[in-house]
Structure formats: structure tokens, C-alpha cells
Write a protein that binds this ligand. Structure first.
Ligand SMILES: [Zn+2]
Length: 266
């Protein structure tokens, strides 16, 4: 290896390191939103404090991932355990930023999808914690969907409009009959995300989420006592399904349609 190749590798590594640091910082802010939005506290003003002892946190306590490792997962002031979820969420943000940059390059497309993943992560954890999706997050998904017309592209406006209704409308009708089936937040999420993804990715994303959620539901029922009704948040599965669908949804659906056609016309 000569010096030129080494320096190219080094600068590539450096770029990915920068994106990793941006990713963990953005998701560190997402952590704040996840905890403060359901409590209806403002999350831009006021300093961060320990959720156990209320001690104001210094800058050295707030460095994503590294502070948690340095403090061995305990509050510096009261010694109370700090959930491992904080650094894991931040790590996930770093991986998303690096992965999307590697996949799409340093583009507005990568940035838009990264922001969608950020909102999906916030929705996932708030829904998991509270069984509710704050409406403002679905509005954020819809705004990103409008931005994606220019930054992501590849989906026609008609496909996007069909995407808004193809899952949300049937879900809405199901809820009219079986009120406990899905939450209103799930329906609005599918409506908003449908515009971002278009109908193909929306259908596949919902299908992936439904299968994953169904498997989880069966495991949950098997573990718990019979006769007891089990409720769990469906938002996390919808978000995960749609995130996967961005990469493989259209291809999977086209393959499925080809398969059906071949079965019909042979
Ligand atoms: Zn503390």
C-alpha cells in the first residue's frame, strides 16, 4: 500500500467518524425527546438532570455513549443506575448515520431518511413506554414525506397519495368494528408514512410489521397466564417494518406480484 491509498482510507474513516459523532449526538437529543415529550415538558429549555436525584448534569455527564461508559452506567451524584437504553439509542443513531451515508453517499436523500429514522426511533420508544404516539411525531413524518418529494424521489405523487390511504383506511374501518385492534396513533402513522413511502413500500412495511408484531404477540401470550388480555404497542413493529421496507419493500412486492402473475398465467 502506498501513501496515497493509506491517506484515502484515512480520510474515508475520518468522514465516517464525523458522521458517527453526528448520529450519536442527534440520537442523544432524541433520548431527551423520548423522555420529556410524554411528560409535556419543554425539551429545548431547561438543563438536563438526573431522573433519580434531580442533580443538574454537567457537560461531562452528557457526552453521548462515552459518559455512560465512564460512569459505568451510574449517576455521578447519587449512584443510581442509568438505563443502558440511553447509550444503546445513541449507538443506534451513530450506526444509522454511518450506514445511510455509506449506502446513499453524502446526499440529501441520506439526510432525509436519517431524520425519518430518528422520528421512527422516537415513536418506537414513546409508544413502547406509554402505548401512545404523540400527534406531533406523525406530523413530523408527514413533513419529512413532503420534503422527500424533492430529496428522495422515486415515488410518484399518485403513489404517495394512495400510500396515505391504502393501509390507514382499512385500519380505520377495522377499528370501527373492533375498537381494540389498533390505536388511533398507529392509523395516523400509516397515513403520514404512506406519503413518504408510497403505496408499495407502505404495504410491504405494514406486512413486515404485522408479521413481526404477530410473532411477538404469540410469544407474549404463551409466556403469560391464559385468559388475560395482552396489549402491546404496535408502533415499534410498524416503524421497524417500514424502515426495512425502504431498502427491500419495492423489490419484495414486485417479486410477489411476478410470482402471482406466473401462478395465474401458466
Ligand atoms: Zn442521580
Amino acid at each position: 500500500m502506498n501513501w496515497l491509498t493509506i491517506s484515502i482510507y484515512l480520510s474515508k474513516g475520518l468522514i465516517y467518524l464525523v458522521f458517527f459523532l453526528i448520529g450519536i449526538t442527534v440520537f442523544s437529543f432524541a433520548n431527551v425527546v423520548i423522555y420529556r415529550l410524554p411528560e409535556k415538558k419543554g425539551f429545548t429549555k431547561g438543563s438536563s438532570m438526573c431522573r433519580s436525584c434531580g442533580h443538574k448534569l454537567a457537560v461531562k455527564d452528557l457526552i453521548p455513549i462515552f459518559s455512560w461508559i465512564r460512569l459505568k452506567g451510574k449517576c455521578r451524584y447519587c449512584g443510581e443506575k442509568i438505563s443502558v437504553r440511553y447509550p444503546l439509542v445513541e449507538l443506534f443513531g451513530g450506526i444509522c448515520a454511518v450506514g445511510l451515508t455509506a449506502y446513499y453517499g453524502i446526499t440529501l436523500k441520506a439526510l432525509t431518511i436519517f431524520l425519518l429514522f430518528t422520528v421512527f426511533t422516537i415513536i418506537t420508544l414513546i409508544d413502547y413506554d406509554t402505548m401512545e404516539i404523540p400527534p406531533v411525531l406523525n406530523v413530523a413524518v408527514l413533513i419529512l414525506g413532503i420534503i422527500s418529494i424533492w430529496t428522495v424521489g422515486g415515488v410518484s405523487i399518485l403513489d404517495r397519495i394512495i400510500g396515505m390511504f391504502c393501509i390507514s383506511l382499512p385500519l380505520f374501518l377495522i377499528v370501527l368494528i373492533i375498537p381494540e385492534g389498533f390505536g388511533g396513533g398507529d392509523i395516523k402513522l400509516m397515513f403520514a408514512a404512506g406519503f413518504f413511502l408510497g403505496w408499495k413500500m407502505t404495504v410491504m412495511g405494514f406486512f413486515i410489521g404485522l408479521v413481526a408484531g404477530g410473532i411477538y404477540g404469540v410469544i407474549l401470550m404463551a409466556r403469560r397466564k391464559k385468559g388475560k388480555k395482552d396489549h402491546f404497542a404496535f408502533g415499534p413493529f410498524l416503524c421497524a417494518g417500514m424502515a426495512i421496507s425502504i431498502f427491500v419493500g419495492t423489490q419484495l412486492l414486485d417479486k410477489y406480484i411476478d410470482f402471482i402473475k406466473a401462478a395465474f398465467y401458466q
